[in-house]
Write a protein that binds this ligand. Structure first.
Ligand code: WTA
Length: 653
């Protein structure tokens, strides 16, 4: 946990009540209602969640709201039948919102597309029929590796429609990462594209997939979606019998495809995320609870109204995009904006230009993006009319009060509430958050629990403390149902503290006198780089694959824009112990190849030794002290104190 952050949040005293004009029109506009409903959601969770679920369509009602008898394998809405695609698409397409825009899309080069709910239903149904025609059935796993085009949302919804389990892989991941995820999930098909635009160049997605699935016997089809529907295709090598162009197979396919009746506890998707071992975990989410939870959180946290233009700048490759671009907002019938590319292409004002042109009213982004905007300068913001904005949000990492204040002043013009939302891939949806019409906000605090969430800050023995480990006392509908293929790791990671009575998210937190939560960061070996979760163990196992590397230790250090950056200490074998620029380059390439470019460390330090305890355990704490230039903590257990001095010298060189 970062001491800097602890220091800065301890000093933060500013409070910003919701603007009265916002509160007056908000879905929930007073603290009394929040408190009463929150209390009710804990005292009568079955009643509360039944009511929320009742706002969605069900093919068959549930028999029991909750079943905890097989804890920690919880079940929600037991016996109920529904389909999230029906609630996100058909419910609106078959009603008054048929001609309301569901998705407004802008490509990085400036091309635009718009899909009404009616059109979205047609596209999703056709896509679903293509999946079926290529042999995909309910329960099959489909990997999706696409750029941020409407087809990514359509592919995800099409899988949900027919009951296939989607496993979206962020399009910045490498071929090796695709391979690991495809094999672990036993995916039968990979959906990819001919390319996508990022910072002025085309990502060669198809060739990355080809390399990734080379050794994956489970994959028998690769579906390639052209980036420019009806336009020119980008060059791709196609393997006969395995690879299919979407525009060719879709020709003549029916646009009628009924939604599969899914059991509430049938799998909806897998999403891989980093943990504290080298192997990413496939986080499992099921249909019923996830539908209800993303629906209700979107509604109240973003205060969604029919006239809103809602923009979440995340990628659908991460959980934020799953829950708050696709499923949550669409289940509310919202109009969602999607943008394909980089925030600084062609100029650093691209986002504000988009807000201005599309009259975006709700904007949800990450602290790392906010810090980049701050660095690029206010002029880029001031060029644009941002008066359409009424609500701002952040997610992904702790936001430093300075960035919060800039967001509040420069983007929100001091009239937009900011919802700092804390949650995780595992939680499915937002757990700690202000309600924008209700909660007085404090810069850097995710404030209070959402309905149904009973959060606490505990010491390892389970006593409530002011600063310690974040814990969630009872399950909520959106909670993960497990780690794919690894029940033991699921128990160990999330349920081993406090005799399994609390969910343990792996974060440290502080609670202030008003009961507000201040999440300070991970307490395990997961580092949050620009909002991307990276396990240090994943990098370490990449480095030791290099023949010259004997051992390595990777740590996270504070970084001005990225939040945290990675520093690698690398112990070399034999002769090459000095290391070289060439070797540094090779190691960087190896990380790019094995994980993805976004995981490359800021700094690689070659060393003849690492600080270890007498029993041989690497003392990462000391490495962190060295990297942050702090006085060294307790060194009494260090086997060879001279190691630290030589590392310090190297680090500063
Ligand atoms: C961190 C992203 C502080 C936290 C939705 C968590 C945050 C991890 C916040 C999950 C926030 C996310 N304040 N920390 N508002 N939001 N985090 O799975 O450490 O990519 O455990 O989910 O991000 O990252 P993930």
């Amino acid at each position: 946990m970062s001491d800097d952050r602890m220091e800065s949040v301890l000093k933060e005293e500013r409070v910003f009540p919701p603007p009265p004009s916002f509160a007056a029109n908000a879905l929930i506009g007073d603290m009394e209602t929040y408190r009463r409903e929150h209390r009710r959601s804990l005292e009568d969770p079955d009643g509360f969640w039944a009511e929320a679920a009742g706002e969605l369509d069900w093919f068959r009602p549930w028999e029991r709201v909750f079943d905890g008898s097989e804890a920690p394998f919880f079940q929600w809405f037991v016996g109920g039948k529904l389909n999230i695609c029906h609630n996100a698409v058909d419910r609106w397409a078959d009603g008054e919102k048929r001609d309301t825009p569901a998705i407004l899309w802008e490509g990085e080069p400036g091309d635009q597309r718009q899909l009404t709910y009616g059109e979205l239903k047609t596209e999703v149904s056709r896509f679903a029929n293509v999946l079926k025609s290529l042999g995909i059935h309910k329960g099959d796993t489909v990997a999706i590796y696409l750029p941020m085009t409407p087809e990514l949302a359509i592919a995800v919804l099409a899988c949900a429609r027919i009951g296939a389990i989607h496993s979206v892989i962020f399009a910045g991941f490498s071929a090796d990462s695709i391979k690991d995820r495809v094999l672990d999930a036993d995916s039968k098909m990979v959906i990819t594209g001919d390319g996508g635009w990022r910072r002025g160049s085309v990502l060669p997605l198809k060739s990355v997939v080809d390399e990734g699935v080379e050794a994956c016997a489970c994959v028998d089809k690769v579906l390639v979606v052209p980036r420019n529907p009806g336009g020119e295709r980008m060059a791709c090598e196609m393997r006969p019998g395995r690879d299919f162009w979407y525009d060719e197979v879709v020709a003549g396919v029916s646009d009628e495809c009924p939604c599969e009746e899914m059991d509430a506890e049938d799998m909806l998707f897998l999403l891989y995320t980093s943990g504290s071992t080298g192997k990413p975990k496939g986080i499992m989410h099921t249909v019923g609870g996830y539908s209800v939870y993303t629906y209700l959180t979107s509604k109240y946290v973003f205060d969604l109204k029919p006239e809103d233009i809602y923009w979440c700048s995340a990628d659908i490759g991460w959980i934020t995009g799953h829950s708050y671009i696709v499923y949550g907002p669409l289940q509310n019938g919202a109009t969602v904006l999607m943008y394909e590319g980089a925030p600084n292409h062609p100029e650093p004002d691209r986002f504000w230009d988009i807000v201005d042109r599309y009259k975006v009213s709700i904007f949800y982004t990450a602290p790392t993006a906010i810090r980049a905007f701050m660095k690029w300068g206010d002029d880029w913001v001031e060029k644009h009319d941002l008066s359409s904005l009424r609500l701002l949000g952040t997610v992904g990492e702790p936001i430093n009060p300075e960035a919060w204040m800039w967001y509040h002043r420069m983007i929100g013009k001091e009239r937009c509430p900011i919802v700092d939302t804390w949650w995780q891939t595992e939680t499915g949806g937002i757990l700690l958050t202000p309600l924008p019409g209700v909660t007085p906000t404090k810069p850097g605090s995710a404030t209070l629990p959402f309905f149904g969430v009973d959060a606490a800050v505990l010491d390892p023995e389970g006593n409530e403390v002011d600063a310690g480990l974040l814990a969630i006392r009872r399950p909520w509908p959106g909670i993960l149902r497990g780690i794919w293929g690894d029940a033991e790791r699921f128990r160990k990671t999330y349920w081993c503290n406090w005799d399994g009575r609390y969910y343990f998210p792996g974060d440290g937190a502080r609670r202030d006198k008003d009961g507000y939560f201040w999440v300070v960061g991970r307490v395990d070996d997961v580092v949050n780089v620009s909002g991307h979760r990276i396990g240090t163990a994943e990098l370490e196992s990449v480095f030791v694959e290099h023949p010259n590397v004997a051992e390595s230790a990777v740590i996270g250090v504070p970084h001005e824009v990225k939040g945290q950056g990675l520093v690698a200490f690398v112990l070399l074998r034999g002769r090459d112990a000095e290391g070289s620029e060439e070797l540094r380059g090779e190691l960087n390439d190896l990380v790019a190849k094995k994980i993805g470019k976004f995981a490359r460390p800021e700094k690689i330090i070659f060393s003849a030794d690492l600080p270890k305890t007498r029993s041989g355990k690497i003392m990462r704490r000391l490495l962190r002290d060295i990297a942050t230039g702090q006085a060294l903590g307790n060194v009494t257990t260090l086997a060879d104190p001279s190691v630290v001095d030589s590392l310090k010298e190297k680090y500063q060189a």
